[in-house]
Design a protein around this ligand. Sequence first.
Ligand code: GLN
Length: 286
Amino acid sequence: MKTVKQVSADFSEQLSTIYDVNEVNSLCMMVLENIVNISSARIKAFPETEIPTPDNEIIANILTRLATGEPIQYILGHTEFYGLTFKVNPSVLIPRPETEELVDWIISSVGGSELAFGKFLDIGTGSGCIPISLKKNLRGAEVSAIDISPEALQTAKENAELNKVDINFIQDDILNPESDILNSKFEIIISNPPYVTLEDKKLMQANVTDFEPHTALFVPEDDPLIFYKAIADFAANHLEKGGMLFFEINESYGKQIVEILSDKIFTDIELRKDMSGKDRMVKATK
Ligand code: GLN
């Protein structure tokens, strides 16, 4: 038997070289809550609480995996996004808080208008976190989502089931689309495409670059805006007049992306910062 206090000392010992003290505490808390099923209030108030041996073995295994830099979300197999639970695995990017801000922006821009009852398309959906949280909050919308990866789409479908929403998932490559999306028009198009450059990669933590899917993250050095150009083109042809395009973006390319959009037929282009004060999202109207 080990106590909560002893487990938390094991976490500090094994993880303090790769995570800071707050991250180690929150990882420990997350693991205890998920595996031992005790509340964080109890963990904090009763550090002498004993943890049953079978749970201890599971926790020891998790700790070994965490020490390699593997993200906790992949180890536990789920995460929270916009108040909902999503399954995650290495075929999908782990949903990020800045993407919650994008979803929030879409809901506040569209909610209460006619657009909320229109057709939505999310391009490069990954876990499905964007279309599922939109459909959950804009029940009248007809939501479709594409991804190039069959494994990601499988995960996204499971997430739609888990969250009890209907989404039309389609496998396609936006750089070379062949599916029915070519014959459709949409009121709202959204994308959080790959936008990380090799230069950014040097500054990123190993637990992102070593474990998360590279097709979801990285862009070619010679054409970092390849997806933005293709999606702006697609949206110029496939948005209804008055429809809106929403992007999550690389903080270094705000200006260029606004230019790409204003060179096409888009108006009311707005660049927005995330909670860290970095240019992170763009909205444009056709
Ligand atoms: N925001 C993600 C990261 O920094 C990148 C997401 C993306 O490439 N679309 O890890």
